[in-house]
Every structure is written in C-alpha cells, then in structure tokens.
Design a binder for this molecule. Sequence first.
Ligand SMILES: Cc1ncc(COP(=O)(O)O)c(C=O)c1O
Length: 370
Amino acid sequence: MPEMETAVRPVPRARVQAMKEYHPPLGGRDSLRLDFNENTVACSPAVREVLGRISMGDLTRYPEREPIEAVVAAHLGLAAPQVALTNGVDEAIHVLFEAFLEAGDELLLPVPTYTMYEVYASATDARVIAVQAADDLQFPFETLLASITPRTKIIAIANPNSPSGTVATREQILELARRTPHALVLVDEAYFHFHGETVIDLVGTVPNLIVARTFSKAYGLAGLRVGVLAGPVEHMRWIRRVLSPYSVNSLALACLPAALADTAYLDWYVGEVLAARTEFEQALDAAGVRRWPSSANFVLVEIGAPHAEFVRRMHAAGVLVRDRSNDPGCDGRVRITIGTREQMQQAVVALNETMAALHDGQSHGGREVR
Ligand SMILES: Cc1ncc(COP(=O)(O)O)c(C=O)c1O
C-alpha cells in the first residue's frame, strides 16, 4: 500500500534528524567472513548442546537475567551488583550514554574507533569531542589528556581499538581516570581475549571505571547478542534504571554458563587466531602491504586509492573484508579479520591475486580491470 502524505506529522528530535544513517553491509555474507571481526568458525560445542535441549515451553517464559549475571560476575571476579548483562556491548554503550550524557556534556572519543559510540552519542544532547590519532594510529593519550574539560562526562576507549588494533596501556587508562573524577572512563574490551591485558580487576577500586566485554568475538556468539557492562555498584544502579530487564534473551542466557565453562575451546580458538595473525602479517609484509601492529583478531592495511576495487576483488575471490576508508584518518585503509590458519591461507591467495591485478591495472594506465 502506498504511504499516505499528510500535512501534519510527528517529527523526531532534532538530534535524531541530524544523525547519519548507519547501515553495515550485512547482506549476502556467504564467502569467508573477514569483515566483521566475528569468530570465523563456531561457538563451543557445549553451547550447541544447550541449544538442543531448549524446549518450546522454555520459549514461552520471559528471560530471567539475574542468576546468569551472578555466574558471569563470578567468572570475572566481581560481585553480581557490579555486573549487568546487555544485548551486546552495543546496548551497553547505548544505556550508559543514555544514563549519563546530557546537554552540555562532552564525550571524549579517540578516533578512528568503533562506529557505535558516535551513533549513540549523537542521539543524546551531548557533544562528541573526537580526538584524532596520528598516522601511526597509536592511542592518542597526550591529546586526550589535553582535551579534558570540566564538561567531559565520558571517555570511551576501545581496547584493543577497532579498526586500528592498537592499544592503550593500563597506566594510561588509570591516568585518564585520575584526571577525570567528574567523568566515567569506559574501557570496551570486546577484543580482550586476543590481547590478554585487562583492567576489569580494577572495577570497583577505580571509582569512575566502567568495563565492557562481549560474547560476540572470541566466544563466537555474535548472533545471540550478549555483552557485559561492569562498574562500581553506584553507577550500575543508574544504568539498570534505563536497561530493560528483558533485553538479553533466554537462549543467550541459557548458553552463557556453557560458553564460559569451555575454556579449552576458547583457548584453542584464540591460539589459532594468534598463530594465523602472525602468518598473515608475514604474508602482508612479503606482499609489500603496509599494516598496523594489531593486538586483536584483525589487521588494518593500507591499500590506497584502489581500496574499493580491492574489497570488490577480494569478494570476487571469495573473501569478505571491510573498507574503513570513511573512518577518520583511514582513507585507503581496509580491515581484515583474522580467522584460522587455513582460512588465512585462502585469504593470502586472494590477497596476492588481488594485489597483482591492481598492480596490472595501474601499469596499464590505471584503468579498472574487470
Ligand atoms: C570495539 C567494539 N565494541 C563492541 C562491539 C560490538 O559488540 P557486540 O556484538 O557485543 O554488540 C564491536 C563490534 O565490532 C567492537 O568492535
């Protein structure tokens, strides 16, 4: 049915009207998925067993989050009131910003970084203060310190960061927290397992530190949508006021204890990715492709002007990678997720073919070769 035109219609808030559309390319992903930093294999088989035992009757009930929150809290060495489960880290970011950011507040955001911080911040009445990293994409610690004002309300740090793969040190995070007692420091450890360093042990000790973790990456549960937000009880109480008690679904809740318990699976997957990352980095070096050092399950590479053509050709060769050219300071750069060694060998074949084709294209007067 055609939509009706009316003279009077409800309009969204001005901030929402000013928001850019964000539509990640999630369609038609049948190839090797090296584009969203997911686990490229599977979750633990123990999770699969739990899913198989879920009955139709189980689905009729609203999910009960608290018992599983206690399990996750214990796993992280925290008390249950310090931990909230969320519908992915995305919801964690959303509720944190909604609970704390108001008109006049500033969100300090080192960029380039994960897109959703800006998306959720721009729906609030706060200002986003983007702090650009230098060309080496190292954590812009000094510039961040210099950008702190009395209006700074949240500093959002992805650690390791995406799409760069670079990290902030524990000392830098602590110093930022010390210098901003009037603000929260959010440390998003979505890629923690590939880095191995964390500040989650400081939750509750550092009064303005909030840490996020996800089950979407190393655990291989991106489709279930589960994240964790951890912080001092006082702040978590406010966050729970705006967090839906039902936003983590019952399938996800049922699976978490099994996912957490199967440390052998997690260790295998992380070990595989780290070995594959080393081999892939060597292949990039051999192909003369500039790359940034990564502490996560992806590598950012410099392709330059033919970045879109590179992504298209990699896709044609069966490998999905993600163009990050629109990220601040990332023109010509592409992010490649690291999977298993075998998958990355396939990626290297596609990469070498693609680079050769792009090179041929350039030596034939820069025409696009199809
Ligand atoms: C830094 C960072 N945080 C959070 C997320 C999203 O996590 P989730 O799937 O738990 O919403 C991503 C996903 O790419 C990410 O890169």
